[in-house]
Every structure is written in C-alpha cells, then in structure tokens.
Design a protein around this ligand. Structure first.
Ligand SMILES: [Zn+2]
Length: 255
C-alpha cells in the first residue's frame, strides 16, 4: 500500500487562522483566498514566480481588506493560510475547480492528473478543517446567543482572458439575497465605486459554495463581496475600500 500523500508538514502549521475571535459584531468574515503560500512539500507546482504571485494563486488585497472590515466592525475573521492552487476552499471536493489543472491562461503542472487519493488528501488537509472551523465558530456563537451574518471577501483581476472589467465592486448572492439587497441599496445611496449585483460572475459559476454551506443552509444572512484588485494593491486603497465596505455592511445590519 502506498503512503498517504503528505499535504501539510509540521513547519507549515495549521491551515486555518482566526482573528478577533471574540468580536462582538454579528458579521463573520470569511476569506478563502487570503494567501498565496504553498505548503513546503509542493515546491513551486511547476509554475513561474509571476504565476505564483498572480490572482490564480490568491485574491491579492483581500485579506488586508477583510482585516480592515474586521477592525471596523469588531467582527471575527477566519481565513485559509494556503493557496487555492492546492485547494480552493470556495469549491466542494467534487468540483474540478477545487484543484484546477488550468487557471485562466496558466497550466498548473503540479495539479495535472491527480489521483483520487491525492485529491482526497488535499480535501482532508485543507477543505475539511477550514469548513469545520467555520461551522464550529457559528455553533459557538449560536450557543452564546450571537447572530452570524456570513460575509466573504474576495478580489478579482481587472483583466481576465484579455478582457477589461469595468465593474469595481461585486455584491454576490445565491438564493438568499436579503443582505446583498441591503448592501446594494446602501451602495446606491453613497456610490463610490461601480458596484454591480452578481458581477463579474455569479452563482452559475459555482462561486457561492461557502455562502450556501454556511449561510443559506443555516438560514443565516450572507453575502460575497468581490473587489477589483487594482483598487486594493496597496495600503491606501485597501483602507479606503475597507472603510467604505464597513459602512455599507453596518448600514445593512442596521436597516
Ligand atoms: Zn476569491
């Protein structure tokens, strides 16, 4: 029998990070694509440094914005510490996109022809513990009488497959649009960015997995926020976007 493929080493540490665990806000911030770190056993997956620092590995700026919102609202933040190139935690294990062989213009040699066992090992090392940790947070909050409104923070590339994207902020939802509707109404009252519903993609693209699993399935309000990553490439932009989103989220909670 072959040894189990080893995903995380001792040195890699835990795949889940939680900040502001006792945050008072009902908002629970989730950032699945926070990091471009690869576990040490994976080397560079056969990719160039350019590819490894691009949006295919992570959502540039998303963690900084998530931290800004977490501070602004006093909200708990949970994020994945490893790159979505190994496992994309916003996809179920059955999805080919969970461990893509191709992402936009890049072929990912280290993800080619993975065996069922390799796929299972990655899901067990990165997907299960991450979503178990989110479930545990929600359960603990329920036990304390604290509401949970699921807010996931992402960023998207301004140019995708050679096409420029005009949208700057996407407010995404699946079947439960309660919180997204309120955020869109607040954004329309105080427009700062070109903001659109379910853009630059939407539920038909499979991006609402986390919302469905933790929000809609539990009857919890939820929203996915997508920020065009050129707006949040440095501190100033990250701060401005985080402040704006903090305001929209707070207004949507109060409405
Ligand atoms: Zn993302």
């Amino acid at each position: 029998m072959l040894a189990q493929p080893r995903i995380l080493s001792e040195a890699d540490g835990d795949c889940v990070a939680i900040e502001r665990v006792h945050g008072k806000s009902p908002v629970l911030i989730i950032c699945e694509h926070a990091s471009r770190t690869l576990p040490e056993n994976f080397g560079d997956l056969g990719l160039s440094q350019e590819a490894l620092s691009s949006h295919i590995a992570w959502d540039p700026g998303a963690l900084a914005v998530a931290r800004g919102i977490s501070a602004g609202l006093d909200a708990t933040l949970i994020y994945q510490r490893f790159s979505r190139l190994i496992y994309d935690c916003n996809r179920p294990p059955s999805s080919p996109g969970a461990m893509p062989e191709v992402s936009e213009i890049y072929t990912i040699p280290g993800n080619k022809d993975l065996t069922g066992e390799e796929r299972r090992a990655r899901a067990e090392a990165l997907y299960q513990p991450f979503h178990d940790a989110v479930r545990a947070l929600i359960r603990d909050r329920q036990a304390r009488g604290q509401d949970s409104v699921i807010v996931t923070i992402h960023s998207f590339t301004p140019v995708y497959n050679g096409k420029q994207r005009a949208v700057e902020l996407g407010i995404l939802h699946d079947e439960d649009s309660r919180f997204a509707d309120r955020m869109l109404a607040s954004a329309a009252e105080a427009p700062l960015y070109r903001t659109e519903r379910n853009e630059p993609y939407g539920p038909e693209d499979g991006v609402t997995h986390t919302l469905i699993v933790h929000g809609t399935s539990n009857g919890l309000r939820n929203v996915m926020i997508e920020v065009r990553n050129d707006l949040i490439s440095e501190d100033t932009g990250q701060g401005v976007v985080a402040d704006y989103l903090t305001g929209l989220i707070q207004q949507s909670l109060d409405a």
